[in-house]
Design a protein around this ligand. Structure first.
Ligand code: ZN
Length: 63
């Protein structure tokens, strides 16, 4: 069974990413939402994306 997935930020769950060449590690992703920079993004289905966003919203609210 194939599920449709989207590349999202592992920190905030935003799909608003852009990437650029990052030297020795290859491509790095920048998250426009939280500013996270990583060579790793999560390939998430809709449910996973929603879970990550909810967790991030909780953390944001706690600070
Ligand atoms: Zn993010």
């Amino acid at each position: 069974m194939e599920e449709e997935t989207t590349k999202i930020c592992p920190i905030c769950g935003s799909a608003d990413l852009y990437y650029e060449a990052g030297g020795s590690i290859g491509f790095v992703y920048h998250c426009k939402n939280c500013g996270h920079v990583s060579s790793f993004v999560v390939d998430a289905n809709a449910e996973m994306a929603q879970t990550i966003r909810a967790e991030y919203a909780k953390k944001e609210g706690a600070e």
